[in-house]
Design a protein around this ligand. Structure first.
Ligand SMILES: N[C@@H](CCC[C@H](N)C(=O)O)C(=O)O
Length: 260
């Protein structure tokens, strides 16, 4: 069977996109998704995303990590899917779509996608780190020299250790550049490596920086290895609402998968 795929990236977090409105893709085949995402034997990507029909919104997002398992929300993937939906003429400049963590609103203009993330009602603020769920679970640690930090090994250790173990967490290391800019590097669960950017991760860092009183700003520029993002939110007595993740989401190439 031949299936058309489209490759997208959002600040270097890259995804294989498939239009699955006719439910052609064998989504329970974990090995197949893992092979498609493999950087040597496949197309190569941090994740695979299916665009499916929704009864109540413009479309539905189904997200798989590169390991082939369906996972929780992907912020950069959601932004790329909005760009893909525009390419397919499903939407124009505004959309509402379904994802695993609920309904998302988004806008797209000149390749820049602004995606509303879930409200965040709880942030755990520990001595050495913070933990919060922005659609996916995120451990956040502030460090002094993030450029030279061993993200892969430290991230892997934290992701697999207490209290996360098998379920795991994504792990973000952040450095405050000034009151409105933060550099972030993320170890991603399900990719089991550092990625160039993580949308739910930078959202978690922006809110964590506010809770940890690193900044009072509610619009924060984020520098990742793959480019710049912006996160804005309203703080309503410790409840974070109107959380928006904004940045580029770009078509890279397309091709045909030959599925045996
Ligand atoms: N790259 C993502 C996060 C994807 C989900 C994550 N790997 C997990 O399993 O929690 C993003 O941009 O948010």
């Amino acid at each position: 069977m031949k299936i058309q795929f489209y490759k997208y990236q959002g600040t270097g977090n890259d995804f294989v996109m498939i239009d699955n409105r006719e439910t052609i893709f064998p989504k329970n085949n974990t090995n197949l998704i893992n092979e498609i995402c493999d950087r040597r034997f496949g197309v190569g990507a941090d994740g695979l995303i299916l665009l499916e029909d929704s009864e109540t919104t413009d479309f539905k997002m189904v997200y798989f990590n590169a390991d082939g398992n369906e996972s929780s929300m992907c912020g950069n993937g959601g932004r790329c899917l909005v760009s893909f939906a525009k390419q397919l003429n499903i939407i124009d400049t505004k959309t509402t779509f379904d994802a695993i963590d609920g309904i998302h609103h988004a806008t797209i203009e000149n390749g820049i996608v602004s995606l509303q993330m879930i409200d965040i009602l709880n942030v755990d603020n520990f001595k050495s780190h913070l933990f919060l769920d922005t659609g996916s679970p995120h451990h956040v640690e502030f460090v002094s020299d993030v450029n030279n930090f061993d993200v892969t090994n430290m991230g892997r250790k934290i992701r697999n250790g207490a209290p996360y173990f098998e379920i795991g967490s994504n792990v973000n290391f952040a450095e405050l550049v000034n009151s409105d800019t933060i550099k972030v590097r993320t170890y991603e669960r399900g990719v089991e490596d550092e990625t160039l950017s993580c949308g739910t991760g930078v959202t978690a860092v922006a809110i964590a920086s506010h809770v940890a009183k690193k900044t009072t700003n509610t619009t924060i520029n984020i520098e990742t290895l793959g480019g710049n993002l912006s996160v804005s939110f309203e703080n309503k007595n410790g409840h974070f609402e109107n959380v928006f993740l904004t940045g580029p989401a770009t078509y890279v190439f397309e091709g045909t998968l030959d599925i045996k």
